[in-house]
Write a protein that binds this ligand. Structure first.
Ligand SMILES: [Cu+2]
Length: 170
């Protein structure tokens, strides 16, 4: 998937660069505004239609697969405290098949906590903020070693903020 996104990014960057070069070349020839305006408005309308017709389905399809917070109450509770530069979990194991509620806070600056599966796919995220407790709920369906990584740059050793959580079969 990331390869496709990279190819699309290159294609779009190339298209934008080509448009810039075309506009730069075309700017050397002079024309009256009233003469070129209707055509420019037609192009603008066509681009808007393309954005709506392409952007809307792409948004619907891609957002459906995005991780989101589960709702509900009950289940296992994991208290997570972030600090420069560590995650402190009050337990290291949770059972599979049960909703888990992460209660997340920070002792110093804002951190972002990302919950990753064993293949490092993002399952959910929330902010770790001093003075607040944010809630992230997730039900683990597969046993394994999951990771919690900081998602918000918080200083020199931000990259080292990695904690592991073991999900065990019930
Ligand atoms: Cu960080």
């Amino acid at each position: 998937m990331q390869g496709v996104v990279w190819d699309l990014t290159l294609l779009l960057c190339g298209t934008i660069a080509a448009v810039f070069l075309y506009v730069r070349g075309a700017s050397r020839t002079r024309a009256e505004q009233a003469e070129v305006q209707p055509r420019a408005y037609r192009i603008r309308l066509a681009l808007l239609l393309v954005l709506v017709l392409v952007g809307l389905p792409v948004s619907v399809v891609t957002l459906a697969g995005m991780p989101r917070n589960e709702s509900g109450a009950g289940g296992e509770i994991v208290t997570v405290t972030g600090g420069q530069w560590y995650w402190n979990l009050d337990r290291e194991q949770v059972p599979a098949g049960v909703p888990v509620e992460f209660r997340v806070t920070s002792v110093d600056v804002n951190h972002g906590i990302g919950l990753y599966d064993p293949e490092l796919r993002l399952l959910g995220q929330t902010q770790a903020m001093p003075g607040y407790v944010n809630h992230l709920r997730h039900t683990f369906h597969q046993p394994g070693t999951y990771r919690l990584l900081c998602l918000e740059y918080c200083g020199l050793a931000h990259h080292g903020m990695v904690a592991e959580l073991t999900v065990v079969a019930r």
